[in-house]
Design a protein around this ligand. Structure first.
Ligand code: FMN
Length: 357
């Protein structure tokens, strides 16, 4: 379904080439501040950047209702965007010859001939625009309670940033460049990796590391609506996400308990975990450490090479050269979407758990 959340719900509507797309946020209490500068700054980080992103660029000025004088009114908040820069004819043949790696074939099986194939329909990365606006709109709500969310790109293809960074550094440095890299040197290497894939008509994947500070210990609603479970659900809704790992994630399987456990100490009169292999979550609840997880984005499905597919009309094998305008890498644009879904989920859990007024 197109709705997520419990105390606050987010309903997504529209499709890539519809005249409008948007979302409805219901359940935000009256009186929370909304900051348009934060919304446009976050939307800017989602935009494709020149040379390494799709040439489809939209103005992306949101129309927002349910906010008066910079504050939520308690009514549902509706955020909409116009789609103007569309070229639907590029996609019509995909109804007959679906793209390998994209949602075309299962969507045709599910929705039949009525499926909106234009620009990937509801399975397009374009649908993440309202998600970013929703997350940005909710940022002041959680930052007022001391919770802040940031992210950076740790890997593009074979380029891996193995450095450890302080949360404050992540929240500032990764916002200064379109690759969401932590330094100009790494950005340069990542850019070359994307351009090299692009020049061969190919694409690359990447990994986004997301961190959140200030989570109150206990945040999360076990058994089923756990902190990590709710985050996983909302992050997996982002097109192209293939894996998520909290703290050590998959690598915890290779550690001994003595290596993986985060020892507690009393520091500055507070219970403090001295390491953070758990990524700030135990038993589905925040443990007070930095919340830290990584998300893998696959290489973009729509590539410029001739691929094997099938002709669904004649039920024969076929070859496909994908037209349209595509990103050679989605991880860098996906980073702000991961942050946004995290902000949304933390706001929902915090309100539900009584941590916000
Ligand atoms: C910001 C963003 C931009 C995207 N751009 C493209 C694109 O240009 N071409 C493409 O094939 N997929 C793109 N995707 C990914 C597809 O939407 C996604 O792979 C597809 O819906 C299939 O879903 P799945 O990969 O989650 O299985 C993008 C995803 C995001 C988050």
């Amino acid at each position: 379904m197109n709705r997520i959340g419990h105390t606050i719900t987010l309903t997504l509507f529209g499709a890539s080439h519809d005249s409008r797309i948007g979302c409805v946020l219901d359940g935000i209490p009256a009186g929370y501040p909304v900051n348009e500068k934060i919304i446009s700054a976050d939307l800017e980080l989602r935009k494709p950047s020149e040379g390494i992103g799709t040439p489809r660029v939209e103005e992306d000025v949101p129309e927002i209702s349910g906010v008066v004088n910079g504050k939520t009114t308690g009514a549902p908040v509706v955020i909409t965007f116009s789609n103007t820069n569309t070229r639907s004819s590029d996609y019509e043949n995909l109804r007959r010859v679906p793209r390998p790696g994209h949602a075309d074939y299962p969507a045709i099986c599910k929705y039949g001939p009525a499926h909106d194939i234009r620009g990937g329909g509801m399975f397009s990365g374009r649908m993440t625009t309202p998600l970013v606006a929703a997350g940005a709109l909710l940022r002041p709500m959680i930052s007022g309670a001391g919770i802040n969310v940031g992210s950076y790109v740790t890997r593009i293809g074979s380029i891996i940033d193995r450095n450890e960074y302080e949360p404050e550094e992540v929240m500032s440095k990764s916002r200064t460049n379109p690759l969401r890299a932590m330094s100009p040197e790494i950005e340069d290497m990542m850019r070359k990796e994307i351009l090299s894939a692009k020049s061969g008509g190919d694409s690359v994947g990447g990994i986004v590391r997301c961190i959140a500070t200030g989570l109150p210990a206990g945040l999360g609603e076990p058994f089923f609506d756990t902190l990590d479970g709710e985050i996983a659900k909302s992050v997996f809704a982002i097109p192209g996400v293939k894996a998520i790992g909290f703290g050590e994630g998959f690598f915890a399987a290779g550690l001994r308990g003595s290596e993986n456990n985060d020892a507690y100490r009393i520091m500055e009169k507070k219970v403090t975990a001295t390491t953070n292999h758990a990524g700030g979550v135990l038993g589905g609840m925040a443990n007070g450490a930095v919340f830290d997880f990584s998300v893998s984005f696959k290489p973009t499905a729509s590539i410029g090479k001739l691929q094997m597919s099938v002709d669904l009309m004649h039920h024969t094998d076929a070859e496909l050269l994908v037209a349209g305008r595509h990103d050679p890498c989605i991880a860098n644009r996906g980073a702000i979407v991961v942050e946004s879904m995290t902000v949304f989920t933390l706001a929902d859990l915090a309100l539900r758990g009584g941590y916000l007024e």
